[in-house]
Ligand binder design. Structure first.
Ligand SMILES: Nc1ncnc2c1ncn2[C@@H]1O[C@H](COP(=O)(O)OP(=O)(O)OP(=O)(O)O)[C@@H](O)[C@H]1O
Ligand SMILES: [Mg+2]
Length: 247
């Protein structure tokens, strides 16, 4: 589904990405962890074509999307991107936020867009009595689930999440993590940046440890849990801020 090949990106003398290579198969979920400044957000933004890498190639469904002739809007329509900040439109209701991409970008008739919106709002467990509220009238966790629904409505082939719960209280965060996990189990191909290590271990097929613009270690949750004393893993699990995971 996704292949990232030897990706480099620098800002002045900061090497944000320093040769990143990995792939993500259809239906797989991988989680990226690592300290602040490791290049995690830069990597996701390169995949979504928000940032142009200096070197390296990215393939989505076998097609090279880093090729200059790529239709960037078409690629972005295939990728759902959920950020730490909820980035909903404040002047639109919950339904309006979920439908706008369908009616304005995909030019789908309103009735059909409404049908799709119902489906995805149900998938993220947003109750019907919230559908006509504005973002200021719902909780942070609900906003983030609406943001996920809005991405899902476009029927992406890949979902990218960049610290989707770091702005939320633990209980609200759990509701969001639960939804992300359900989507992953349903076969949604997902790449998730998070500091929630217990969640990472539950949801990931593989965990990628990033530091200084590189993937320095990878492992399945089973491997990591069976050898928690692995030096590098321990170091990064600590940096990832897993509360009591290794105690
Ligand atoms: N627009 C920019 N201009 C200059 N430097 C940047 C820019 N964006 C990121 N950087 C630098 O690139 C490096 C990687 O940043 P990035 O945001 O990818 O890290 P991150 O792993 O997502 O960190 P965090 O966990 O804090 O979100 C950092 O040193 C950062 O300061
Ligand atoms: Mg980041």
């Amino acid at each position: 589904m996704l292949k990232v090949e030897d990706l480099y990106k620098s800002y002045g003398n900061v090497n944000a990405l320093n040769g990143v290579t990995f792939s993500l198969g259809k239906g797989e979920t991988k989680v990226i962890v690592g300290p602040s400044g490791a290049g995690k957000s830069t990597l996701l933004k390169c995949i979504n074509l928000l940032i142009k890498p200096d070197r390296g190639r990215i393939f989505l469904e076998g097609e090279e999307i880093t090729n200059p002739s790529t239709n960037e809007n078409k690629v972005r329509q295939k990728i759902g991107f959920v950020f730490q900040e909820f980035n909903l439109f404040n002047h639109l209701t919950v339904l309006g936020n979920v439908m706008i991409g369908l009616t304005k970008v995909k030019r789908i008739p309103k009735e059909e867009a409404l049908e799709k919106a119902r489906e995805v709002l149900n998938m993220v467990h947003i109750r019907e009595d919230l559908w006509n509220r504005y973002p200021s009238q719902i909780s942070g966790g609900e906003k983030q689930r609406v943001a996920i629904a809005r991405a899902l409505a476009m029927e992406p082939v890949l979902m990218l999440y960049d610290e989707p719960t770091s702005a939320l209280d633990p209980q609200l965060a759990d509701e969001v993590l639960q939804v992300i996990k359900e989507l992953s189990r349903m076969g949604m191909t997902s790449l998730i940046v998070t500091h929630e290590m217990n969640f990472a271990l539950e949801v990931a097929d593989e965990i990628l440890f990033m530091s200084d613009g590189r993937i320095v270690h990878t492992g399945s949750p089973t491997e990591l849990l069976s050898s928690p004393k692995h030096d590098l893993a321990v170091r990064f699990l600590r940096l990832g801020g897993i509360n009591g995971f290794l105690d």
